[in-house]
Ligand binder design. Structure first.
Ligand SMILES: [Zn+2]
Length: 100
């Protein structure tokens, strides 16, 4: 019988804001002492699939401390503000009678 209840021994715990996000790869990464980088996919964090980032070179692991709302998200394209319609109405009633 194993007393391993799902706890994974990790090298360190890192706050999400200390990690670097790669927009092209859609992954977070963090420098590993071996010279490579721990990495974890954004989608895994969003889905709460895992919070363990792994270094592919030395297989050290770190736990990522984060809240889903802190995760990177694609900037929503803001709709262009509609240019104000020029009010071309002329106040035709504003004719001032010329005083004689
Ligand atoms: Zn490493």
């Amino acid at each position: 019988m194993s007393d391993d209840d799902g706890q994974i021994s990790v090298y360190d715990e890192v706050e999400i804001e200390d990690m670097t996000f790669d927009e092209d790869m859609q992954i977070y990464h963090y420098p590993c002492p071996c010279g490579d980088r721990f990495q974890i996919a954004l989608a895994d964090l969003q889905d709460r699939e895992t919070d363990i980032a792994v270094c592919p070179s030395c297989s050290l692991m770190i736990r990522v401390i984060y809240e889903v709302e802190d995760l990177w998200r694609e900037k929503e394209e803001e709709p262009e503000p509609e240019p104000e319609k020029a009010q071309a109405e002329q106040a035709a009633a504003a004719q001032v009678p010329v005083a004689a």
